[in-house]
Design a protein around this ligand. Structure first.
Ligand code: GLA
Length: 373
């Protein structure tokens, strides 16, 4: 019996019904940041870290949620599933239950135990991972008949409506639809997508955690979304577009002057050029041109730092330290920003030395060590 099963029996007791196991990973985004809610292209891929869940039917109408990472056990009657601040993390799986009910499903009683190794608040989609693993578990155990793409959309809706976090579709899509050794080239408006094999040649991705919590991330995130909406409203007077990502860089430059505020011009510029960089990154990956890919990553970071302003001192320090190492050919923040993680494209044989020097340089400036995965 595995450790998680033992823990399950310790917390929930024994039963004749068997517990069933599920796993959903976390993600990094290779490029295409703050693009999903602007309807353009993103290029995420899954990581080894993720969330496991063990679920068992109860035969009544109570749901109990526990996690090896948290101390509280949450018990709710399935006839009344509502957001409660005191339930903390358990609101993510509760939201999934609620949205399945709103789809017309009756969800019978169950016990579920989660165990995850994605650091919380690190920008590696721990919330999307727990949402989608819950959705997958309930869908399978209660034969609800959803396809994975439906579960992905349900999970995003639940995070938006039940949890009140205004995220786009990228994270839930990446963790639900991801495959090993491939990135997902996703168009966030149409949801058309293609798997791009991750043949990185002599290179590999190192994930670096600033260990800075993403304070104010939600309010700043919503502010950026608002800036994009205002920029779109103004630019669409000059040219018929439905999204900022509907503009190619040349077309944008021609009408950028119609944006009265400098800030809005910079926000829109990031979106237009970042969307274009995603297409270039896919070409670079397909051509096996790692140096071109690395340069695009670094350009993305600079744009997120100077035009979109979502990096911050810790992320900039970490990315600069990575770029100063000769084994690194490109680096950028990944996820929402304001803290969390960055990725670096690093020569495979030199990863250990890279991690050590970058960690030392970061700690010297920031005062504490970064995480390296
Ligand atoms: C967070 C959100 C995503 C996406 C990224 C930024 O991870 O959950 O929907 O907007 O930020 O690219």
């Amino acid at each position: 019996m595995g450790d998680l099963t033992k823990e399950f029996h310790r917390i929930f007791g024994d039963s004749r019904e068997e517990a069933v196991a599920f796993f959903v990973p976390g993600r990094i985004n290779i490029i295409g940041e703050h693009i999903d809610y602007n309807g353009g292209y993103v290029l995420p891929c899954t990581i080894k870290m993720g969330t496991s869940a063990l679920i068992r039917k109860r035969g009544d109408s109570t749901a109990r949620f526990a996690s090896t990472n948290m101390s509280n056990l949450v018990e709710i009657p399935l006839g009344h599933v509502a957001y409660e601040a005191g339930h903390g993390w358990a609101n993510y799986p509760k939201g999934i239950v609620r949205h399945m009910q709103l789809d017309g499903h009756t969800i019978p009683g169950f016990d579920i135990l989660f165990s995850g190794d994605i650091p919380n608040g690190s920008g590696l989609s721990s919330s999307a991972s727990i949402e989608v693993v819950t959705a997958k578990a309930l869908n399978t155990v209660f034969s609800l008949g959803y396809e994975m793409i439906d579960l992905v959309q349900l999970a995003q809706k639940s995070e938006n409506v039940f949890c009140g976090v205004n995220c786009g579709i990228m994270d839930q899509f990446a963790v639900g639809m991801g495959r090993e050794d491939a990135a997902i080239y996703l168009h966030c408006d149409t949801l058309d997508f293609k798997y791009i094999p991750l043949n990185l040649g002599e290179y590999t991705f190192v994930v670096m955690n600033t260990h800075k919590r993403r304070e104010l991330a939600d309010s700043k995130y919503n502010e950026r979304r608002g800036d994009c909406e205002r920029a779109l409203a103004l630019l669409s007077k000059a040219t018929p577009i439905k999204q900022l990502t509907g503009l190619a860089p040349d077309a944008f430059e021609e009408i950028a002057h119609t944006l009265p505020e400098e800030t809005l011009r910079r926000r829109a510029r990031h979106v237009v050029y970042e969307n274009h960089r995603v297409k270039q990154a896919v070409q670079a990956l397909e051509a096996g041109d790692m140096h071109a890919l690395g340069q695009l990553l670094t350009q993305s970071h600079i744009s997120l730092r100077d035009d979109y302003e979502v990096t911050g001192f810790e992320l900039d320090t970490l990315v600069d330290a990575a770029l100063q190492n000769p084994a690194c050919i490109g680096a950028r923040m990944t996820g929402a920003g304001f803290g969390g993680c960055a990725i670096a494209l690093v020569e495979k044989g030199k990863v250990d030395a890279f991690k050590q020097t970058v960690a030392e340089a970061y700690e010297k400036v920031i005062g504490y060590a970064p995480g390296m995965y």
